[in-house]
Design a protein around this ligand. Structure first.
Ligand SMILES: Nc1ncnc2c1ncn2[C@@H]1O[C@H](COP(=O)(O)OP(=O)(O)OP(=O)(O)O)[C@@H](O)[C@H]1O
Length: 243
C-alpha cells in the first residue's frame, strides 16, 4: 500500500517537530525513517496511522485519506513502548489482539504458532507478560503487530534490544513479507538497520534532508556510511532543543 505524506507539519506547544514533510513510500518496499533521538520519527509514524492529527498537510494510504477506521484493519503497528497486557500471558495477548481484528480461532492459532517461532517466544508462550524481559516484550509486540497479516507494517524501532541472531531472523522474515507484497516502514537511529531496507529518508530538524534508495544514498557518501549524510546536510537549521 503506497503511503503519500504531503506537507505534514506538527508542533507540540512552541516546539515544531515536523515542518512540511512530504514523502512517498512505495508499496511492497521496506522503507526506513532514520533520525536522531527526538527528531520526530514516532510523531510522523503516529500521524501516518491517524493516531494523532497533523497541524497541516495530509496522509493517504492506498489512496485513502488518514484517519480512516477501515484502514486500521490493514495496518500492523508496533509502538516503541510496548502496549501489552501485563497480567495476560504471551499467548493470551496475541489472542486478545487477534480478536480485535476478528481472526477466527483456527487462523489465529496457526499464525500465532508461526510468529512465536519467528520471535523465539514459543517456549514462553504461557508466561505472563509482566514476567518477561524488555527484549521479550519487544518481540511479543512484533508478533502482535503481525498477527492479522497486515498489508502495511509500521514498526517503531523494532529491533532495539534484540540480539544479533534473532535480529537477523526477524529481518529475514520481514523481507519475506515484503516479497509477498507487504509494505514495511521502520524507524531507527541505528545505521546498521538501514542497510536491511530498500529505501530510506533521513529526518533532521523537522525536515527530510535526503531520501532515496539505500544503495543511492550509500553511493552519495565518501565512505559508504549513510550517517555522513547528516554531516553533509547543505541546509543545517538551528539545532532544535528538545527536552
Ligand atoms: N505528546 C507530546 N507532547 C509534547 N511533546 C512531544 C509529544 N510527543 C513527542 N513530543 C516531542 O517531539 C519530539 C519528537 O519526538 P518523537 O518521539 O517523535 O521523536 P523520535 O525521533 O521518535 O525519538 P526517539 O528515537 O528517541 O524515539 C521530542 O522532542 C518529543 O519530546
Amino acid at each position: 500500500m503506497e503511503i503519500i505524506v504531503c506537507e505534514v507539519s506538527k508542533s507540540f506547544k512552541q516546539q515544531q517537530v515536523l515542518n512540511q514533510i512530504s514523502l512517498t513510500i512505495e508499496a511492497g518496499r521496506i522503507f526506513c525513517l532514520l533520525g536522531a533521538s527526538g527528531s520526530g520519527k514516532t510523531t510522523l509514524l503516529r500521524i501516518m496511522m491517524g493516531a494523532i492529527p497533523a497541524d497541516g498537510g495530509s496522509v493517504t494510504i492506498g489512496g485513502i485519506a488518514v484517519p480512516n477506521r477501515q484502514l486500521l484493519a490493514l495496518i500492523g503497528y508496533m509502538p516503541q513502548n510496548e502496549a501489552l497486557y501485563e497480567e495476560l500471558s504471551v499467548w493470551e495477548n496475541l489472542k486478545f489482539f487477534s480478536g480485535l481484528q476478528r481472526l477466527n480461532w483456527k487462523t489465529f492459532a496457526a499464525e500465532a504458532e508461526v510468529l512465536l517461532q519467528i520471535v523465539d517466544m514459543a517456549a514462553c508462550k504461557n508466561k505472563l507478560v509482566r514476567d518477561c524481559s524488555g527484549g521479550m516484550k519487544k518481540r511479543i509486540s512484533l508478533a502482535v503487530a503481525l498477527i492479522h497479516k497486515p498489508k502495511l507494517l509500521l514498526l517503531d524501532e523494532p529491533t532495539v534490544g534484540v540480539d544479533p541472531v534473532l535480529r537477523r531472523k526477524i529481518w529475514l522474515y520481514l523481507k519475506q513479507l515484503r516479497n509477498q507484497g507487504t509494505t514495511i516502514l521502520v524507524t531507527t537511529h541505528v545505521m546498521d538497520e538501514v542497510s536491511q531496507c530498500d529505501d530510506a529518508a533521513l529526518l533532521r530538524n523537522g525536515h527530510i534532508i535526503a531520501k532515496d534508495t539505500v544503495k543511492n544514498l550509500i553511493d552519495q557518501t565518501p565512505d559508504g556510511n549513510i550517517e555522513e549524510l547528516f554531516f553533509m546536510d547543505k541546509h543545517p537549521e538551528k539545532e532544535v532543543i528538545s527536552c
